[in-house]
Ligand binder design. Structure first.
Ligand code: HEC
Length: 505
């Protein structure tokens, strides 16, 4: 550390010495340069002495100058003289006095005092140089691109093509007259259209094919033309028929002809308007079988029906009758019938158990309701139903039902009497229900009239309560006390209930 601190100032001193020596050496070299013009001719060696005596400017002979001239002056033989700019015939370049005769516009450069176009060929090997010249020519078969480079010219694409565009603005070939180019190949101007057609016009004046005789071309197909001229039957030449023969006829050369049917027949109609033969005397032809049979004499003596002995009949019987021994007899019609007329004056059966025979011959139960409005009809049903408060009596009539304690009598008592004869009242206590009313009255002696019984079951006339309602009692007042008597119908109901036994019903 200590030694480095001392090193700094010592180094500075060394550098300063070297710098001074360098300047001295440079000065020595300058003076000795033999090539410098104007070098004084005092000798080829030793220090150079500038020779400027009488000179204002120009070289001093030692590489320096004797002085510089003011602006607008030129140095002429060591004297400063006024300078005349020389620009005649020049539009640019040095004017000879340190100035310029003019600047050239962009894209041009000064050549011999004139502005000339500057060729633009940087990065280009061919094409226009922008000055009316060329940057270079391309080899044969090459073309110059817009970018100024040489490349292969367009290659015509004519593989497999005999005509049409070659892709480079040319043609691959020409077609003959009457032909046109389609997809690179020459062909007839008209293309025959025969897809799916075997005959007929091909659209170009030609034909797609010819049909055989007896065939017609229909929609491009050969179809058979039936030929039935003068024929009523048989093959039409196209797999069809001109007609069929009927019955016993057969087709012969287009005509239906009848064939006599006489196989196994000796006589009778042959089916074609003729005969299969005639029978000998004593025999006649059975047209059905076609055989000759010995003549038969029908015998119908005393017979109205049945066989005549010769295969015929002596007569037919009417509906519902059958032939029996030559006579028509009635046939009983009892199918599906249990009873009733058999159509022949007899019976199909009789009904039992109270059932009646109806028009269709069935035994049925007939409801017995004549003079009856209710009750059993004898067939499991009823002749009618009675209204409320009615019952059906044995004669089938609806009659008023006998009054009951709960349904008829008690409602009357409850509404008209218990206000005075209810619970808590003295004397007769008719209670507060139908049953307490009954037990307080039926067979109970009167409290206020000796010898009387309030209600005598089965005898309304002897009952004291009825007498009190009618006002015929020997004691006291007519009930209800202090009010009009009960309606007669109400009194009758109470009487009827008592007469029926004053039951607890
Ligand atoms: C306003 C009060 C009153 C009314 C309502 C009334 N009674 Fe009487 N009833 C009496 C009086 C009071 C007696 C006792 C005097 C008499 O026998 O007349 C009596 C007595 C009787 C007796 C006799 C009793 C016996 O044992 O001697 C009978 C029966 C009777 N009433 C029935 C009826 C009947 C039925 C009715 C309803 C239709 C009725 N009463 C409505 C006040 C009434």
């Amino acid at each position: 550390m200590h030694s480095l601190d001392d090193a700094g100032p010592r180094n500075h001193r060394i550098r300063a010495l070297l710098f001074a020596a360098g300047i001295a050496a440079a000065a020595a070299f300058a003076c000795g340069d033999p090539a410098e013009p104007g070098t004084s001719g005092t000798g080829g060696s030793g220090p150079c002495t500038p020779a400027c005596e009488g000179l204002e400017c120009g070289p001093d002979g030692c590489g320096g100058v004797c002085g510089t001239c003011a602006a607008g002056e030129a140095c002429d033989a060591g004297q400063c003289v006024a300078c005349q700019p020389e620009c005649s015939g020049k539009e640019c370049g040095d004017d000879g006095c340190g100035g310029t005769c003019g600047e050239c516009p962009g894209g041009t450069t000064c050549v011999d005092g004139a502005c000339a176009c500057e060729p633009q060929c940087e990065g280009r090997t061919c094409g226009d140089d922008a000055c009316g010249g060329s940057c270079g020519e391309c080899a044969d078969g090459e073309v110059c691109s817009d970018e100024g480079t040489c490349g292969p010219a367009c290659e015509p694409q004519c593989d497999g093509k005999t005509c049409g565009d070659d892709g480079c603005g040319g043609l691959c070939g020409e077609c003959a007259a009457g032909e046109v180019c389609r997809e690179g190949n020459c062909g007839p101007a008209c293309l025959p259209q025969c897809d799916g057609k075997v005959c007929g016009d091909d659209g170009c004046g030609g034909s797609c094919g010819e049909c055989a005789d007896a065939e017609l071309c229909v929609a491009g197909q050969c179809v058979c033309q039936p030929d039935c001229a003068g024929k009523a039957c048989g093959d039409d030449g196209c797999g069809g028929t001109c007609g069929t023969c009927s019955g016993q006829e057969v087709c012969q050369d287009g005509t239906c002809e009848c064939v006599p049917a006489c196989t196994d027949r000796a006589c009778g109609d042959d089916g074609c308007g003729g005969t299969c033969g005639t029978c000998p005397d004593g025999e006649q032809c059975n047209d059905l079988s076609g055989t000759c049979v010995v003549t038969c004499t029908p015998s119908c003596d005393d017979k109205v029906c049945g066989s005549d002995g010769c295969g015929g009949t002596c007569g037919d019987c009417g509906d519902g009758t059958a032939c029996q021994d030559g006579e028509c007899v009635c046939v009983p019609a009892c199918q599906g019938k249990q009873c009733g007329d058999d159509g022949c004056g007899g019976s199909c059966g009789t009904c039992t158990g109270g059932l009646t025979c109806d028009s269709s011959g069935s035994c049925v139960c007939v409801p017995q309701c004549a003079g009856r409005e209710c009750g059993d009809d004898g067939c499991g049903g009823v002749c009618g139903t009675c209204g409320a408060n009615e019952t059906c009596d044995a004669g089938g009539s609806c009659v008023a039902a006998a009054p009951t304690l709960s349904g008829d009598v008690w409602p009357i008592i409850d509404a008209n009497c218990v206000s005075c004869h209810g619970p808590g009242e003295g004397g007769l206590t008719m209670g507060f229900s139908a049953s307490s009313f009954r037990s307080a009255t039926v067979g109970v002696p009167s409290a206020g009239c000796a010898g009387e019984t309030r209600i005598v079951a089965g005898n309304s006339a002897a009952s004291y309560l009825v007498k009190k309602l009618k006002g015929t009692a020997a004691c006291g007042e007519q009930m209800p006390y202090g009010s009009p008597p009960l309606p007669a119908a109400d009194i009758q109901k109470i009487e009827a209930w008592i007469d029926a036994g004053a039951q607890s019903n």
